[in-house]
Design a protein. Sequence first.
Length: 326
Amino acid sequence: MRRWYLLFFLCVFSFSSFCQDAEYSQFYANPLYLNPAFTGTTEYPRFSVNYRNQWPGLGNTFVNYSVSFDRYYKALNGGLGFQLSNNSEAEGRITSSSAFLFYSHHIKVNDHFFIDAAMQAGGTYKGFNKSGLVFPSEINELNGVIIPDGSMNIEDASKVYPDFGIGLLGQSGSCFFGFSIHHLTKPDESLIAGDQKGYLPRKITINVGARTKKLRNGLLSKPYTLSPNIIYQQQGSFRQMNLGMYLNIGPLAGGLWYRNNLSIRPDAVIAMIGIMREKFKIGYSYDLSLSSLSNYSFSSHELSLIYFLGERIKSNTRKAMIIPEF
């Protein structure tokens, strides 16, 4: 396990390091993270909590949390929201905490087509904590005893940087689409002083989906709906395609996704299940890894909770988005 700590340390301080955003598998259960234009797209004020533990078989390697709130305001003909998130790597030795504010504006093109345009602004604190790291010079070769000698003069490091993003959503009938760009200014998140910069690449997300009307045929005795979806993401040289299908029947929702890292290899199959009521939704998903890490990582787990507050917000100029539940 110590080898992993050293590896992460080298990744952070390497001159050729590449940074990539944390990813969630329940894309639509964390809508503001996916696209800022989802701000204020529900009929109720929305409070969301998300938790993801990636590769738990390796310890607390990647653990992500987020909390968000958003709602629609008639006076603005749009939405306002905020999100707090924390990402922890290598059992907390590398952390990043972010806070963002969101604003979206609703545009009704005609009775059947509307779009939402949005922006987000905030900042991120990124830090490195060297405690617990062990270097080769500190290990007794005869008995394996660790003897800290202070020969590696490594200091803790931290940085705060501003960050911005934009997004667009559209809906026509039973079909919807979205486009977003995160890290517009490609902020420098390097933790070491000097001329070498660690610019965070822009992340581009494209999502396309649809939802059927209630169906009453097939093997299921109760009415149900289907929602096929495609999500493409690119950040630097990293490219990923997600293909999924949701099934909603009564208060239950299920989903199956295939995730493919186009520049590397097939990544995972994602299975999810959730319970939906008028005022809340709870979801769980499991990522079954298809990569060579599957023998060691035990894949990933994710939980989500969405709670709708207050009274329904009625508007004659706006319809709620028909986005998937999770």
